[in-house]
Design a protein around this ligand. Structure first.
Ligand code: DSN
Length: 416
């Protein structure tokens, strides 16, 4: 594998090969990661990367776009069908770039935006002071309830009435329960503010119909394509027909130059895969695995934020074990289990320490793991966290993880 890189650039090859082994031999529990299909990888590694195609299908600033036009049209039509959207722009290089385009399609710098606090499960691009969103807009933060750790819609409505944001950004990177999109839309309508929903985490579940879709309610919906959706790294914007021109103009030439046509082609493959009946089976298993894993982790004395999950991820409060997120992440890494430390709501710790970890099931489900494997994984996680000061024990757990993963090849036939 990677023969040309191996011959030309052995140093890089060693890193790439190391990553192949890491992905194969470790338990990948980062909620925002997944394994694409081989067809998606093939499109990503194709000659389409050689092509400039500024503009949109049929209206390009470069010649020779007849074939990439087909690829982009396929991606657009499939995305619209998958989510039932009027309009799709498949060019954003990332979710954050999709969000930049969404904001600037509807409002201007200096306007007020309301978004979920990053510490409560929001995302950097929903208003963090160091992010463009926090620098260009006046941000009003929404919090989850201290008691229930759920979105507090009564508080949200009061905040909208008080602050009168021009735009509500609804979405999260670490919120495991369902959003009531219809209720937020009603509140947005009362005060005449725009509603953008960022479904980057839930997109695959939404496409499969097992998590509520905001498409009928939101003015604009943004997502990434590489999380639960299991496609290439990239972004996607869906909108009502009336915003189509504005979205397209804001993304190009407003926010990006040439689209990455190999990534656009890979998105076309991803959307085709997501339209297959087997994708619903996959997403249902992702959800079942997440619920089982949450229950198994809880049964070992940890606390699951909000008591459970309605999606692919869970937020684990480690305080009952007197462990920080940082300590747990390091111990789990040594044991071949990959997670990220994450703030829990009202976390007493700083962002680089945290009291929690975020755990997700999209990647392990792609590898074929089911409910019975979740009990094994929760046991291995607990053993590693308990043995965090004992490198020898962590090494032994890593061997068990490796043996478990060997039974679920990442890409059958690909490793050799
Ligand atoms: N940073 C991503 C995540 O891990 O959720 C979101 O963009």
């Amino acid at each position: 594998m990677y023969n040309e890189v191996r011959k030309y650039d052995p140093q890089l090859y060693a890193a790439m090969q190391g990553e192949v082994l890491r992905q194969q031999q470790n338990l990948e529990l980062i909620a925002s990661e997944n394994y694409t299909s081989k067809a998606v990888l093939e499109a990503l590694g194709s000659v389409l990367t050689n092509k400039y195609a500024e503009g949109y299908p049929g209206k390009r600033y470069y010649g020779g776009c007849e074939h990439v036009d087909v690829a982009e049209k396929l991606a657009i039509d499939r995305a619209k069908q998958l989510f039932g959207a009027d309009h799709a722009n498949v060019q954003p290089h990332s979710g954050t770039q999709a969000n930049i385009a969404a904001y600037l399609s509807l409002i201007n710098p200096g306007d007020t935006v309301m978004g979920l606090n990053l510490d409560h499960g929001g995302h950097l691009s929903h208003g963090h002071p160091l992010n463009f969103s926090g620098r260009y807009f006046k941000i009003i933060k929404m919090n989850v309830s201290k008691d229930t750790e759920l979105l507090d819609y009564d508080e949200m409505e009061k905040l909208i009435e008080k602050e009168r944001p021009k735009l509500i950004m609804a979405g999260a990177s670490n919120y495991s329960r369902q959003w009531d999109w219809a209720r937020i839309k009603r509140a947005a309508d009362v005060w005449k503010c725009f509603l953008v929903t960022d479904i980057a985490h839930y997109a695959g579940l939404i496409a499969a119909g097992i998590y509520p879709s905001p498409v009928e309610y939101a003015d604009i919906v943004t997502t990434t394509t590489h999380k639960t959706l299991r496609g290439p790294r990239g972004g996607l914007i869906l909108s009502k027909a009336c915003y189509a021109k504005s979205v397209d103009r804001t993304n190009f030439p407003g926010n990006q130059g040439g689209p990455l046509m190999h990534a656009v082609a890979a998105k076309a493959v991803c959307f085709k895969e997501a339209l297959e009946p087997s994708f619903k089976t996959y997403q249902t298993q992702v959800l079942n695995n997440a619920r089982k894993l949450a229950a198994e982790i809880q049964a070992r004395g940890y606390r699951i934020v909000s008591g459970g999950t309605d999606c692919h991820l869970m937020s684990v409060d480690l305080r009952p074990k007197n462990v920080t997120g940082k300590e747990a992440e390091i111990a789990l890494d040594k044991a071949g289990i990959t997670v990220n430390k994450n703030m829990i709501p009202y976390d007493p710790q700083k962002a680089m320490v945290t009291s929690g970890i975020r755990v997700g099931t999209p990647a392990i489900t792609t590898r074929g793991m089911v409910e019975k494997d979740m009990a094994v994984i929760a046991g291995l996680m607990d053993e590693a966290i308990t043995a965090r000061a004992d490198d020898k024990a962590l090494k032994a757990i890593k061997e068990q993880v490796k043996a478990l993963c060997a039974g679920f090849p990442m890409y059958p036939g690909f490793e050799n």
